[in-house]
Design a protein around this ligand. Structure first.
Ligand code: CAA
Length: 401
């Protein structure tokens, strides 16, 4: 442990993300609802949203994100898989068990699913760090995977999206060493929620923004009280980005609370490199803050040895602020080309096609139903039979691409 509370040997060793087959540009949404496109491009900072094919879901995206991690590092020492999601497909069985099976992982592994809106990916990361601290020979596969769905023609519709991030947490990490102090905040608010009987989330948009800002204040106060770094030490901040403008609102709020300069240039310098993926993928909920990290590592100038702040917010609400130091040599371990390819290979669709895909749901009659092949990803939802979801690796593709 260093004087700054850096637990130098534990953190994120590898990071890979996957998204969907289709993409809806916000220009198409604006054509449908008559909104000024500047409201989306400038007002909320979004240009496009990922839309799952009928045979894609949180499991297929999670497996697609995790497969390259398992292919590079193998499964030795992985005794835990934690999958975080707020768009769960089953009330009992953990989605990670399907992922474990698709990836052909050994049976001597515990698999569990975590939920607390968009925050749960960070809970998964923190629990993984704890396990590795306890036994540094172990590695933990953390997966954050979500499909954000709001009612058609609601204000939230512009902030839909979908993606999965897989991270290998280990001792002596190659990418980011996670530091020990965390700032924590919980408040019982109804800003965004999804009752079990609904597919789409309910949200009070303005209340959700206020609740996020209140949480920013709360986590920062606690972080500093726990001995965390000063604001000026950070090279960048990865915020949860339900829409990328939210990161700017949040950081300005933090600067204002700390009595600091809130100039555009100051804010842009520490946020500008964190938005490239979220602005074209949309809200990926639990994955969003780690897509911000992926963008930062893939896009920024060399960050070796520099501290990065992470602010994770999940409606309802729970939030956490923590810091990580970027490990010298990290650039050799990045997956920049694959990440950009995942974004650029999506097929653009118009609003009517998006609405049709969104309306698709699996029959709930207990019969046998096949799902048409649409995805070009490595794994697909093949059908449902007697209420059991059936997943498969796509024909001709190896299980471990
Ligand atoms: N040119 C430029 N800017 C424009 C514009 C134009 N022509 N028209 C509007 N704008 C700006 C507005 O001024 C506004 O910016 P400010 O907030 O900085 O003032 C922005 O565009 C959005 O405009 P509105 O507030 O009028 O938009 P809206 O009523 O349609 O709702 C929203 C926006 C509340 C974010 C809505 O999309 C929503 O409910 N989203 C889901 C909830 C959400 O993402 N909340 C974030 C915090 S909660 C969280 O983080 C957890 C989570 O993942 C859900």
């Amino acid at each position: 442990m260093t004087g700054n509370g850096v637990s130098g040997t534990v953190g994120i060793h590898d990071l890979s993300f996957a998204t969907t087959r289709f993409v809806l540009p916000h220009t198409e949404l604006a054509l449908h609802n008559g909104a000024d496109i500047a409201k989306y491009h400038i007002g909320i900072g979004q240009r496009a949203m990922s839309v799952p094919a009928v045979d894609e879901d949180i499991v297929t995206m999670a497996a697609a994100a995790a497969a390259p991690v398992v292919a590079r590092h193998g499964t030795d020492g992985i005794r835990t898989v934690v999958l975080a999601t707020e768009s769960s497909i089953d009330q009992a069985k953990a989605a990670g068990v399907y992922v474990h099976s698709l990836l052909g992982m050994p049976s001597a592994i515990r698999v569990v699913e975590l939920k607390q809106a968009c925050y749960a990916g960070t809970a998964a990361l923190q629990f993984a760090l704890g396990l590795v601290h306890r036994d540094p020979a172990q590695r933990v596969l953390v997966i954050a995977t979500d499909v954000a769905k709001y009612d058609p023609d609601s204000p939230g519709e512009a902030t839909q999206g979908a993606a999965a991030v897989a991270m290998l947490v280990s001792a002596d990490p190659a990418l980011v060493r996670v530091e020990e102090p965390s700032g924590l905040f919980t408040a019982d608010v109804m800003d965004f929620w999804r009752p079990n009987y609904r597919e789409a989330a309910l949200v009070d948009g303005q209340e959700s923004i206020s609740a996020y800002l209140q949480a920013v204040e709360g986590v920062w106060k606690d972080y500093r009280e726990k001995g965390g770094r000063a604001l000026g030490e950070f090279a960048a901040f990865c915020y949860h980005q339900p829409f990328t403008k939210m990161a700017y609102k949040a950081h300005r709020h933090l600067l204002h609370c700390c009595g600091e300069d809130t100039d555009d240039a100051v804010v842009d310098r520490v946020l500008g490199r964190t938005t490239a993926y979220n602005t074209v993928i949309g809200n990926s909920c639990t994955a969003s803050v780690y897509l911000a990290l992926a963008a930062l590592l893939d896009d920024a100038d060399d960050l070796s040895g520099r501290p990065v702040g992470f602010l994770s917010y999940g409606s309802g609400s729970v939030a956490e602020f923590f810091a990580g130091t970027v490990v010298p040599g990290y650039r050799e371990h990045l997956r920049t080309a694959a990440h950009r390819e995942a974004v650029f290979r999506r097929r653009p669709i118009d609003y009517a096609a998006c609405r049709e895909l969104r309306a698709h749901s699996l029959p709930a009659d207990g019969g046998d139903h096949l799902v048409p092949t649409q995805t070009e990803g490595p794994y697909r939802l093949a059908g449902i039979s007697r209420h059991k979801r059936l997943y498969e690796a796509r024909c001709g593709l190896s299980r471990h691409p």
